[in-house]
Design a protein around this ligand. Sequence first.
Ligand SMILES: Nc1ncnc2c1ncn2[C@@H]1O[C@H](COP(=O)(O)OP(=O)(O)O)[C@@H](O)[C@H]1O
Ligand SMILES: [Mg+2]
Length: 354
Amino acid sequence: MRNNVLVLNNPIKTVPSQGHHKTAEDTPDPEQMTRMVGHSGRIDRYVGQHDASMKHGGDGGADVHMSNSDSTFDIYTEHFGLHSRPFSLVPDPDFIFWSPAHRRAYTMLEYGLLTRAPITLITGEVGSGKTTLLHHLLKSLDRFTKVGLVSNAHGTRGELLRWVLMALDQPAGPNATYVDLFDAFQKYLIAEYARGNRVVVIFDEAQNLSRESLEELRMFTNINSNKDELLQLVLVGQPELRDIIRKPDLRQFAQRVASSFHLGPMDVDTVQAYIGHRLIKAGARKNLFTRRACELVHEQTGGVPRLVNQLSDLAMVYAFTNNQKTVTDRTVQQVLDDGTFFGAGTFEQTDDFD
Ligand SMILES: Nc1ncnc2c1ncn2[C@@H]1O[C@H](COP(=O)(O)OP(=O)(O)O)[C@@H](O)[C@H]1O
Ligand SMILES: [Mg+2]
């Protein structure tokens, strides 16, 4: 963690840790994997690695190498000749793919910060890449930017200010009154301003903020020193966030949004380039998915990166099972026919931000 960045997750609703490469999100659903076991004996080695306690079905059960800690990666390393798992489900900035939309969203984030926009708004479907972009932004900020990241803040008046202060690494004692906290916050903003620093607070999953909280945040952006505003906010959330902000009672809030972008789904060519990019980043020499495989992945995922990752990862496991070095549309279809891809049909197409 950078010393000027503090990441806060509201314990009222904990979100999965995103700082390392193995999370619960990475582990296939046990029910899903149980169904996959029936597909082939070879797949059991993969299953066994993910959940050693699981009952193994199929006739390959005797072949399970549960003690071999590298066996999960045999699929990617030995079979496909890669050095890492290409379709992991964590927002890893090293795997970032700059689709035109991701590039634009990122540019809007940077533009918002540079122009001292009081509020920058980024929306997009679940899994569209918002948190990935935030992680990249946090890595690229200079030392003159003091950043607090609040992931998934809920709560009542007073709690929000506590979250903001804690995200900025500032004390917010349990006995401090709202007035005390506000005073401390104002003093902190003024002190940072005097040092030539900018203060940015980023809210991820901001669609969960109540209207009262949004209104309170707007008031924070009014804190100023002569003409200069002292606090910048970045709000990142699901599409309903922009609907909330467009409501008449949040008109004043909307007027402070000086930079915004809606991250839409990827089109088929972008999905193909995305799959190829992730494979090459993982050590492949070329895209191991045929064009028709990419087309089917696009059709079934609606171009949402997280779903693309899930389906592509499953397709690679199936290709391994079939002893294929390339993923074809038939491989992807096998995944779909087996019902192992739970993301199918869960995406929603959204219109572009107007
Ligand atoms: N531009 C991108 N480049 C590489 N991977 C991406 C990109 N966008 C999304 N992903 C991948 O998709 C998954 C979901 O992304 P995430 O940033 O968590 O979405 P969101 O925050 O919008 O729900 C992650 O596994 C991430 O690695
Ligand atoms: Mg996210």
